[in-house]
Design a protein around this ligand. Structure first.
Ligand code: SAM
Length: 262
């Protein structure tokens, strides 16, 4: 049937995503640098700086952050560093959740190298294998800030992931998503597309010996909804958007979408 066929395609997609990230876990930073000319580091810094994680007064509870599709911990380490150095708060905790154990193992190695404890309820950073579409192990209304960077594009059911994010966030909690997006200028878009489709898979082959994974990543960026459509999906999941709901980075090569749980 049509639905049977669709299910096969969907499950193929999930295993394909797993393969891609298994094969890139080790040289993941290189991949990001190739894809964005190193700009992903600046975008991630801006993302975290704007969210300003950490306890803002001596009376408030420490924040619980969930970094979904958190991979090797790039966002989580920035969150902890910001909470400590900018807000003087060593108690904020980050749960790094990802479907891929290899990415999390790499993240855990990094955490230990930085001197962070990863076990126990009060560990500053912990790693959990979960499908972000369901987050079975995360209770309702338990998270203050839920972030997802360069992750949702790979999810099979993005609507389900957004409504799950809404379920686990506390009332008034913040959802924020950093993702590749649509370039808002015809000429720049043509140049960007040409670069994406020819240069990135070739560099993937040369640098990581893996053309297919890079080709998949380029295609997943093209298929992802526009800023406006994605903002609509976030609203439909139950979030309140601030203003139009997103902010472009580097002419829309990436965008940050933000909503509040209610
Ligand atoms: N957030 C990290 C960063 O910015 O460096 C990692 C981003 S990486 C491009 C995408 C991640 O999404 C991978 O680690 C992959 O395993 C994860 N992912 C894909 N589908 C997922 C799902 N359904 N649930 C949880 N994680 C998923």
């Amino acid at each position: 049937t049509h639905f049977g066929f669709q299910n096969v395609a969907e499950s193929m997609k999930e295993s394909k995503v797993r393969d891609v990230f298994n094969s890139v876990a080790k040289n993941y930073d290189t991949m990001n640098d190739v894809m964005s000319f190193g700009i992903h580091r600046i975008w991630k810094d801006q993302f975290v700086r704007q969210l300003n994680p950490g306890k803002k007064s001596i009376f408030s509870e420490p924040m619980t952050i969930l970094d979904l599709a958190g991979g090797t911990g790039d966002i989580a380490f920035r969150m902890l560093n910001h909470a400590r150095t900018v807000n003087g708060d060593p108690e904020t905790r980050v749960k790094v959740v990802d479907i891929n154990e290899e990415m999390l193992k790499e993240g855990m190695r990094r955490a230990h190298a930085l001197g962070y404890r990863t076990e126990g309820d009060d560990a500053p950073i912990s790693f959990l294998v979960q499908n972000g579409e369901t987050l079975e192990a995360i209770p309702d209304n338990s998270i203050d800030l839920l972030t997802i960077a360069f992750g949702i594009r790979n999810f099979t059911n993005k609507e389900k992931a957004l409504s799950t994010a809404h379920r686990v966030l506390k009332k008034g909690g913040v959802f924020s998503c950093l993702e590749f997006s649509k370039v808002d200028n015809f000429v720049l878009d043509q140049i960007y597309r040409r670069y994406s489709f020819s240069v990135i898979p070739m560099m993937g082959q040369l640098i990581a010996g893996d053309r297919d994974s890079y080709q998949y990543l380029v295609e997943s960026i093209v298929k992802f909804p526009s800023q406006k459509d994605f903002a609509g999906m976030i609203r439909d999941a139950g979030f309140q958007l601030a203003g139009k709901g997103w902010q472009d980075l580097t002419f829309g090569v990436a965008a940050i979408h933000t909503g509040a749980g209610d």
